[in-house]
Design a protein around this ligand. Structure first.
Ligand SMILES: Cc1cc2nc3c(=O)[nH]c(=O)nc-3n(C[C@H](O)[C@H](O)[C@H](O)COP(=O)(O)OP(=O)(O)OC[C@H]3O[C@@H](n4cnc5c(N)ncnc54)[C@H](O)[C@@H]3O)c2cc1C
Length: 438
């Protein structure tokens, strides 16, 4: 049993309530030597640990709380390819050559997730049923058509669907404009995937410790010495995979992104006839509304929806009320259902909306800032970082590596996002209209 769950106080996470058992109970209580120390037990850290162990490299992972405590145990479970922004945007930010490498590295990221699920038989309700970026209004189709063209130019196997298909695949009469279908993407139980990766890494020879925060990192000769509460680890190289959940002890990571919150709600299991009508082929959906809303069903037929914001204090009532109204508009058959679960989590956002890999000191990597798309990204990042660490050269590493980076005005900008979404949710009384109202 762990002392922690990936949820904050007063919240109840569906994933915490339904995940497979956490395989990592041991706490670091000794002095260890290793080749690579990984800090953070989310997808990035776990994928690095697994891929290093597969190569026979000795690796120790320290997690401050429990496996999947950060975004990896809290997310919506939509296993999508690429990043939020379009491939052309990435090329503009990074330059043509670097942008092209970056885009190609993440183009098929769901394939790696589903391959690991299959190879290690990870019990995480993985469904490669596809995901749909769905339009909430006619004008959004211009954006989606352009995005689809850019993805196809990259070689992605995506398809622009029309309004009738969008309506049929979503089960909502509001989604009648169209969307982009990615048939190779899918959904997972995110915390079970994290715990499954941890089990696979342990079985492959990695040493993983929970409730073992990194407290300090200092140079000892040409190696690094990491202190935890009850033990220490000496390593040649270190990866700070603490991302948006970086605490003050992984300095340099926390400041590199802007903390932005997302919350989720899950209904009671839907009655069979309702479950058959909502997202009937079990795609994962996310829409183009300014307050993006995602929808999916879980293994027991609960409708799981997410949008921007956190659920602390007085904000909870406003946000839950808004989500209930949004749900009732999109799926009126759910009007009388209760939310059984609601919880929130934090994503690391960068001004450029492109992730960053920092080299904080010789041999200390810190990937962060996945901007809300981290299941495939974290898994792919882990595989590439493991290969780079193993080879000792960065020639084939597809992500730009930079020195210390600080997001400017992060506190003010994070507050602006948070209160901006709260104001929109508070003021919204109508939202998108049903077709019959047009
Ligand atoms: C609500 C929500 C919905 C999302 N939906 C999706 C989605 O549908 N699809 C998608 O692709 N992405 C989604 N994301 C984003 C995705 O979850 C993240 O990008 C991803 O999980 C990041 O993984 P990570 O391993 O890099 O970091 P994390 O999972 O955040 O892990 C970092 C870990 O570091 C640990 N840590 C921090 N400080 C220390 C320390 N000093 N010592 C030791 N350990 C430390 C933390 O406890 C934490 O467990 C969502 C995120 C949220 C929050």
């Amino acid at each position: 049993m762990t002392d922690y769950l990936p949820q904050d106080s007063g919240e109840r996470s569906l994933w915490s309530g339904t995940a497979i058992a956490d395989p990592v109970a041991e706490r670091l209580q000794e002095a260890l030597k290793t080749d690579v120390l990984v800090v953070g037990g989310g997808y990035t850290g776990l994928s690095i640990a697994l891929h290093l162990a597969e190569r026979g490299i000795d690796v120790v992972l320290l997690e401050a709380r429990c496996i999947g405590y950060g975004g990896s145990g809290r997310n919506a479970g939509l296993v999508n390819a690429g990043v939020w922004r379009n491939p052309d945007h990435v090329r503009r930010v990074l330059g043509d050559a670097a942008g092209e490498r970056f885009n190609h590295a993440l183009r098929d990221s769901p394939a790696l997730v589903f391959e690991l699920v299959e190879r290690y038989r990870l019990d995480c309700d993985a469904r490669r049923t596809g995901t749909i970026n769905i339009a909430h209004c006619a004008a959004a189709m211009d954006y989606l058509a352009d995005r689809c063209r850019q993805l196809e130019a990259l070689g992605a196997d995506v398809e622009l669907i029309d309004g009738a298909r969008a309506r049929a695949l979503s089960g909502s009469s509001l989604y009648h404009f169209g969307g982009i279908l990615d048939p190779k993407a899918g959904t997972i139980q995110p915390l079970s995937y994290a715990r499954g990766l941890a089990g696979a890494a342990l079985a492959t020879g990695a040493r993983l410790f929970a409730r073992s925060p990194l407290i300090s990192l200092t140079r000892r000769g040409n190696r690094w010495l990491a202190q935890s509460e009850n033990g220490e680890v000496e390593a040649e190289q270190v990866v700070l995979a603490t991302n948006a959940y970086a605490d003050a002890n992984s300095a340099g990571v926390r400041e590199s992104t802007l903390p932005v919150f997302i919350f989720q709600c899950a209904t009671e299991p839907l009655p069979a006839d309702v479950a058959a009508a909502i997202v009937p082929e079990r795609h994962g959906l996310w829409d183009t509304q300014p307050l993006m809303t995602s929808s999916r069903l879980d293994a027991s037929g609960r409708l799981v929806m997410s949008s921007a914001g956190h659920l602390q204090g007085m904000q909870r009532a406003i946000r839950l009320d808004w989500m209930t109204r949004m749900r009732n508009r999109l799926y009126p058959q759910t009007r009388n259902l209760d939310w059984d679960y609601h919880w929130s989590g934090q994503v690391g956002v960068t001004a450029s909306r492109v992730l960053r890999v920092q080299l904080l000191a010789p041999g200390v990597f810190a990937p962060a800032g996945y901007n809300g798309r981290g299941i495939g990204t974290g898994t792919v990042m882990g595989k590439h970082l493991a290969a780079t660490i193993a080879s000792g050269n960065r020639d084939d590493f597809p992500f730009p590596v930079e020195a210390l980076y600080r997001e400017k005005w992060s506190g003010v900008r994070a507050a602006y996002y948070n209160y901006g979404t709260l104001a929109l949710q508070f003021l919204d009384r109508r939202g998108p209209r049903a077709k019959s109202e047009d």
